[in-house]
Ligand binder design. Structure first.
Ligand SMILES: [Zn+2]
Ligand SMILES: [Zn+2]
Length: 730
């Protein structure tokens, strides 16, 4: 039983109740302390009092504290006390290398992203500013030195090493030359992250997962929408602990690649062959040149990884949002870490072999398309597969070559437009001078003199303005004879203006669709409350209208071109099937339609080919991972059993705790073996379940001293509390 205060406690809570609450909370994070206490009150037949919640919180903290001490002792007994042991060993498929296995291009694949649903409201006094308005006052939170979050959280100091000042200047220096998507991202981030910093202290978490979904590391995002420093800190930690050849997906992976190369860890990242990828879903929003370099489909070694695992994690962790919003710093981190640990062991680990199986099935299916691909290639007259790579390279070169219009052309176009406008105004001017004499409407008798006079004055002014602009531009362009309609220059420039107008339509349409994609992705993040979702639904509708208009404009402009451009329809816009082709649509200067790789039918075949390449890599990776998991299942069980046996005589309690620890993941072993067997029976399976020789890591590292003292302390407390633990075991 746990007392609610160190001396003269008035309330005690049984271990069983606390354990019950702990497990319930992890399965249903929406259940906060208060409703639980209320239910207890109902059962005990007493009225609810608010202080009871407080008392349960105290007991619960105490209980969790004991659990973590027990865990520490278990880890000590298992020789797993290295500071980053969990980070290095959490995923058996990624982090359990075997001897003599095939070397993969990426040793480990992960993904990272930030999310603001796990933000925390700081408790503040009401304050009043100079203008007498009520606003948030200074913090009135009690000082709590506990940090919480176990080994899941990256410390704020670690993050601040890549402080805002550093990261920000890097971002600002980035231009379109560094990363073709840069202008796009700059605009997008600012808007989303502006206002709310006043009230939220921790404004969310930055998360990194392995490709199977095991949580590697969290970082608190503190009053800063600037994600660069979190991503840098995470990448740094990953390289330090997990070593070479890492690949990490990030929704702005393209920009991050440049950021990292310009940061203090730039050389390290290069030496360690750190690769930055872009998630498949977010990839659609990137420009084509960036996709060619970063999108999973074209990155060698990527397999079928979509690098979007964070979205899936966040959709689960959103349930946690309401209970951490008003919690203290410590409780928030404690809750997030406990939740992550729970998801790791009871969801991700439980589904691990299932994940591998599904990927295997999918990869085999894609590879099965190879025969059809060869057929289609024959039909389209594509002699060999090597051509696809050449096409991709050609496309990259071409896209790199797409430049802004030369300045002179821009001025010429302006000049042309001024001339056209001038012609219109001249016509108007002439007309007005003709009607000058009739000042009175003969029928109604109203005098129009003043009105006409004003109109005439305006037209004269306009004409004067245009004339002087015309002269200015003529001086700039060195034109001595004013262009006339029908002349060579006139027609040439007219064509250029038409094309520019067309390009503007393409740009407008593209930006609308990209924005729509983002809103859609946000809609899927469940933390957006009902109201916001409704609001966004409306915004999307409005946007659809805007897209329709932009589409109509585009089609008109395309038709006006000579030769006419490609027409688009609503369906293809909604499905974003051609987003990748936008940059091709844009170009009317060089006729890309003659290029083989620009032929839509051939592009589809090319993408299919690359997909098959990736599926083959996926199978190779899965074969490695499946064998690792099989080996891990054997080794881990044997190791834990042996330790348990060793301690059974000298320290039976600890041996018991090790058994509990073994059972935590071990409960899924049977299901895992069954699933693995099923995978092995797939027609086309090319791996093996025969366990290899694992490299069980047992050596501790330099941080042991700290932990030793911690453990001594834990030992002492543990002995005092042994009785309590004993009760809980009954
Ligand atoms: Zn993994
Ligand atoms: Zn990009």
């Amino acid at each position: 039983m746990f007392p609610c205060s160190p001396s003269k406690p008035s309330v005690v809570i049984t271990t069983r109740t606390l354990e019950y609450y702990r497990v319930m909370y992890l399965r249903c994070p929406r259940l906060s302390v208060q409703p639980f206490v209320k239910s207890l009150c109902d059962i005990h037949g007493v009225p609810f009092k608010p202080y009871l919640s407080q008392q349960l919180t105290i007991c619960f903290d105490l209980y969790l504290n004991i659990l973590s001490k027990v865990k520490l002792r278990v880890h000590k007994a298992l020789e797993r006390t290295d500071l980053h042991w969990r980070l290095k060993n959490t995923c058996p498929a990624c982090e359990y290398p075997l001897e003599n296995e095939v070397k993969l291009k990426f040793s480990m694949m992960c993904c990272m992203d930030g999310n603001d649903s796990l933000k925390r409201l700081e408790r503040r006094y009401d304050g009043i500013n100079e203008d007498g308005e009520v606003k948030a006052g200074p913090s009135n939170e009690r000082l709590d030195e506990r940090i919480g979050g176990q080994d899941y959280f990256l410390s704020n100091e670690e993050v601040d090493k890549f402080g805002k000042a550093v990261a920000k200047t890097i971002i600002e220096e980035l231009t379109e030359k560094d990363s073709p998507c840069m202008p796009r991202w700059k605009n997008m981030d600012e808007k989303a992250t502006a206002s709310m910093w006043g009230i939220f202290d921790e404004t969310g978490v930055f998360l990194c997962l392995c490709r199977h979904g095991f949580a590697l590391v969290f970082a608190d995002m503190v009053r800063s929408g600037e994600q660069a420093k979190y991503a840098l800190a995470v990448a740094n930690l990953l390289m330090d602990t997990l070593g070479k050849d890492l690949a990490a997906g990030y929704d702005i992976g393209c920009g991050f690649e440049v950021t990292i190369s310009k940061s203090t860890i730039g050389t390290k990242a290069k030496e360690m062959c750190y690769t930055s990828l872009v998630g498949t879903f977010h990839g659609h929003a990137h420009c084509r040149l960036c996709q060619v370099d970063h999108l999973g489909t074209y990155v060698e070694g990527n397999g079928l990884e979509d690098s979007e695992g964070c979205e899936r994690f966040f959709s689960k962790s959103n349930a946690l949002a309401s209970s951490v919003r008003h919690a203290t710093k410590f409780h928030r981190r404690q809750a997030i870490a406990a939740f992550a640990e729970h998801i790791d062991d009871f969801e991700t680990y439980a589904n691990l072999t299932n994940f591998l199986h599904n990927n295997y099935v999918q990869a085999l299916e894609i590879c099965g398309d190879y025969k059809n691909l060869l057929n289609d290639m024959k039909l389209l007259g594509i002699p060999n597969e090597g051509l696809f790579k050449e096409w991709l390279a050609e496309e990259r070169e071409y896209l790199k070559g797409l430049k802004q219009e030369p300045e002179e052309e821009t001025v010429q176009m302006e000049y042309y437009q001024v001339l056209v406008e001038l012609e219109r105004v001249e016509g108007l001017y002439k007309k007005i001078n003709e009607v000058w004499l009739i000042t009175e409407d003969p029928i109604s008798g109203v005098d129009h003199t003043l009105e006409l006079e004003a109109h005439r004055r305006h037209t004269t002014e306009m004409r004067q303005d245009l004339k002087s602009r015309c002269q200015l531009l003529e001086r700039k362009l060195g034109i001595s004879v004013r262009w006339k309609p029908g002349s060579d220059e006139w027609d040439k420039t007219k064509l250029m203006v038409q094309r520019q107008c067309y390009r503007k339509c393409v740009d407008r349409l593209e930006s609308l669709i990209v924005a729509r994609l983002f809103e859609l992705s946000r809609m899927h993040r469940a933390h957006t409350g009902y109201k916001l979702r409704k609001h966004m639904g409306k915004a999307l509708q409005a946007r659809s209208q805007a897209i329709r208009t932009a589409l109509a404009n585009y089609n008109d402009a395309a038709a006006a071109l000579d030769p006419p451009g490609r027409q688009l329809n609503w369906e293809s816009v909604v499905e974003c099937t051609f987003l990748a082709d936008f940059d091709l649509l844009c170009d009317v200067r060089q006729d890309v339609r003659d290029q083989e790789w620009a032929d839509p039918a051939k592009r589809v075949v090319m993408d299919r080919y690359f997909k098959i390449c990736r599926a083959r890599e996926e199978i190779q990776r899965l074969n490695v991972e499946i064998r690792r998991v099989a080996t891990y299942l054997c080794d881990e069980e044997a190791y834990l059993l042996q330790k348990e046996k060793e301690l059974a005589m000298t320290d039976p309690d600890l041996a018991h705790q090790i058994r509990i620890h073994r059972h935590r993941r071990g409960r899924f072993d049977e299901a895992h073996w069954k699933q693995l067997q099923e995978t092995a029976n797939l027609p086309g399976f090319s791996g093996t379940l025969k366990p290899g020789v694992g490299q069980m890591e047992q050596e501790g590292s330099g941080d042991e001293e700290d932990i030793d003292s911690d453990i001594e302390e834990a030992d002492k407390e543990y002995e005092e509390l042994e009785g309590i633990i004993q009760v809980s075991q009954d």
